[in-house]
Design a binder for this molecule. Structure first.
Ligand code: IMP
Ligand code: MG
Length: 181
């Protein structure tokens, strides 16, 4: 389906302000300890980049890539497309993602990290879309709760597009034109 930008749900300024507040919460929670941020590719990239520069803790960060399983009901194992290089066992980890939707992704990644022997794992997402949750999981830190709408921007994509928008927006879908002939 073809899509164009609908309405701006969260402005660039609102994001900037909220990310700073989140960084403050994280600083207070973990200070003066060390922290490893594990960010889920690719959607969390921009959020991580903004957030990490506002943390005044000794931090390391790394990315994990996991296969998409859109359309399946599976809550079983996920396959990784990029593994962590940093050793996380024995450390406190904060998982970073763009959005907590059904909960499958973060549930699975959290389980993987627990199996790797992390000391503790908490979750930080920019957006929380509780209406579609299928697994009971909550973010320890979150930016905004949003209604059940598909959104793009600030890392979030539709068919890999719109990740670079500095705001969060809804999409307007229109049916693809019928094929010629
Ligand atoms: P979950 O496993 O259903 O919680 O889905 C998490 C992943 O689905 C996110 O990391 C996003 O990549 C994607 N996703 C969920 N909702 C949206 C949305 O509204 N816009 C763009 N991507 C989304
Ligand atoms: Mg994602």
């Amino acid at each position: 389906m073809e899509a164009t930008i609908g309405k701006i749900l969260i402005s660039q300024q609102q994001i900037e302000q909220r990310v700073a507040e989140l960084a403050g919460q994280i600083n207070r929670h973990y200070s003066p300890g060390e922290l490893i941020l594990v960010a889920i590719m690719n959607g969390s990239l921009i959020f991580l980049a903004d957030l990490v520069r506002l943390l005044n803790l000794p931090v390391k960060f790394d990315f994990i890539g996991i296969s998409s399983y859109t359309g399946t009901e599976s809550t079983g194992t996920v396959s990784t497309t990029k593994n962590l290089k940093i050793q996380v066992s024995g450390h406190r980890v904060l998982l970073i993602d763009d959005i907590l939707d059904t909960g499958q992704t973060l549930h699975n990644v959290r389980q993987m990290l627990t199996q790797q022997g992390v000391a503790e794992v908490k979750i930080c997402v920019l957006l929380d879309k509780p209406a579609r949750r299928r697994i009971p999981i909550q973010a320890d830190f979150y930016g905004f709760t949003i209604p059940d709408e598909f959104v793009v921007g600030y890392g979030l994509d539709y068919q890999e597009k719109y990740r670079n928008l500095p705001y969060i927006a809804t999409l307007k879908f229109k049916p693809s034109p019928p094929a010629a002939g």
